[in-house]
Design a protein around this ligand. Structure first.
Ligand code: NAD
Ligand code: MG
Length: 402
């Protein structure tokens, strides 16, 4: 029988956050919500807090706190409202919390995800940017505290499920025995077959119209450029202690095979399912048991076929840049992620073109490659380089705009 979990959902108003609350609503006897957080959509946060009976909510500013109180209205007691970044990390580490869903988007989610890892919680990690920026620190924190790290990103969740069951470590330091390669599947996004000369003119709405998955806008653009897959290669490197040479990306347009593990004996194990994040979320919440996620069955005969293709680095330069960053240094990975966050934000605001996202990232990587090497062995080191790269990327975006 599963013991009762008290969950802190960081980023509860986002796509992963909403899916998490949906799964938890099916298991009220064993899973309760302790805390919720949002950066915007404060009215939605108030609704969520009312529906789940959350004891704590975390909002970014005092103005958001006032909005929360205005939105609350009604006879039931208001949850405790905490304000600011530090409150996210403090709440994630608090004693009543057993489980933290790290579903804030971007490196902004790193300090709280790391706090959850340091305090030995069950960490359901959706926030891949945390591992890209600080994989070494993060995995060491998991090992030191004995935290239980369960990947929620669908590919990594699939790989976790396909890993050898014997001797499976939550934060390994060497590749699992007998594993030859990790095969990360990628849908190829909305522009997999678009003529290359049309890419410069694509709009944010076109980039966000993912063929198979419904996600937040930042990760949707990342999926279109395949920078998302690049971040996932780096994420897989850290989660499974796998060298970059043993990680392969395979385009699979149907998004039904969520990833695969190839073994020395020639076996390939795959995890299949509907493209619905509630499956990996339920896996993380229920682990080691399987619990209902609300996801329907995969009708294999209706699907008929599964296709696989090589990714094209000319079409997806961001994927190439990610492999290069992972092969270069931790600093390059921090810069890759930070530059991308700024470039995507500018693209979504229509300040730069889609094709300029890769150019901004490449220029930032060039600019930081001349910097003195830093060990990046503290959170402050990582955040300083992240902030530095964001400044460079913002300037570049402004220049492109002219
Ligand atoms: P989203 O944009 O839908 O939601 C992001 C959440 O984070 C919201 O609750 C928002 O209020 C909060 N947030 C945004 N900026 C913040 C800040 N600066 N400080 C604190 N909170 C902030 O994003 P999403 O699609 O749910 O993705 C969340 C994370 O999960 C990302 O790291 C993404 O890469 C990862 N992920 C998402 C999916 C998916 O299907 N959506 C799949 C795999 C991995
Ligand atoms: Mg993914």
């Amino acid at each position: 029988m599963m013991k009762v979990q008290h969950v802190c959902v960081l980023g509860s108003t986002g796509s992963i956050g909403e899916n998490t609350l949906d799964v938890i609503s099916r298991h009220r006897e064993t899973i309760s919500i302790y805390a919720l957080s949002a950066f915007s959509r404060i009215e939605r946060l108030a609704e969520q807090a009312r529906e789940t009976g959350a004891k704590v909510v975390i909002v970014p500013t005092d103005a958001a706190r006032v909005r929360f109180l205005q939105a609350w209205a009604g006879p039931t007691a208001v949850p405790e409202i905490r304000v600011g970044q530090q409150a996210l990390a403090d709440t994630a580490a608090e004693a009543p919390v057993t489980t933290v869903m790290a579903a804030i988007v971007g490196a902004a989610g790193l300090p709280a995800a790391l706090a959850a890892a340091r305090s030995g919680k069950r960490v359901l990690l959706a926030n891949k940017e945390a591992l890209v920026a600080a994989g070494g620190l993060f995995m060491q924190a998991v090992r030191d505290s004995g935290a239980e790290l369960l990947p929620i990103d669908s590919e990594h969740n699939a790989i976790f499920q396909c890993m050898p069951q014997t001797g499976r470590a939550t934060a390994p330091t060497t590749p699992a025995k007998g594993v030859r390669r990790l095969l990360l599947t990628a849908s190829g996004g909305p522009f997999r077959t678009t003529a290359l000369d049309q890419l410069a003119a694509v709009t944010p709405d076109q980039a966000c119209a993912h063929p198979n998955w419904s996600m937040g806008r930042k990760i949707s653009v990342d999926s279109a450029t395949m920078l998302n897959k690049g971040l996932e290669v780096i994420e897989a490197h850290w989660l499974f202690a796998m060298p970059v040479s043993q990680i392969q990306v395979v385009i699979h347009p149907q998004s039904m095979v969520h990833s695969m593990v190839e073994y020395e004996d020639g076996s390939i194990l795959a995890q299949l399912g509907q493209p619905d994040m509630r499956t990996p979320i339920a896996y993380g919440l229920g682990f080691p048991e399987r619990i209902d996620s609300g996801v329907g069955l995969l009708a294999l005969t209706a699907l008929g076929r599964l296709d696989f293709e090589e990714p094209d680095f000319e079409r997806f330069p961001c994927l190439r840049l990610s492999f290069e960053a992972l092969g270069t240094s931790q600093a390059a990975c921090v810069a890759l992620n930070a530059a991308n966050e700024i470039a995507v934000d500018c693209f979504l605001k229509q300040q730069i073109r889609y094709t300029e996202i890769a150019r901004v990232i490449e220029s930032c990587l060039d600019r930081i490659s001349g910097m003195p090497a830093s060990d990046l062995d503290t959170l402050d080191d990582v955040l300083a380089l992240d902030a530095h790269t964001r400044r460079i990327a913002s300037e570049l975006c402004l220049l492109q705009r002219l």
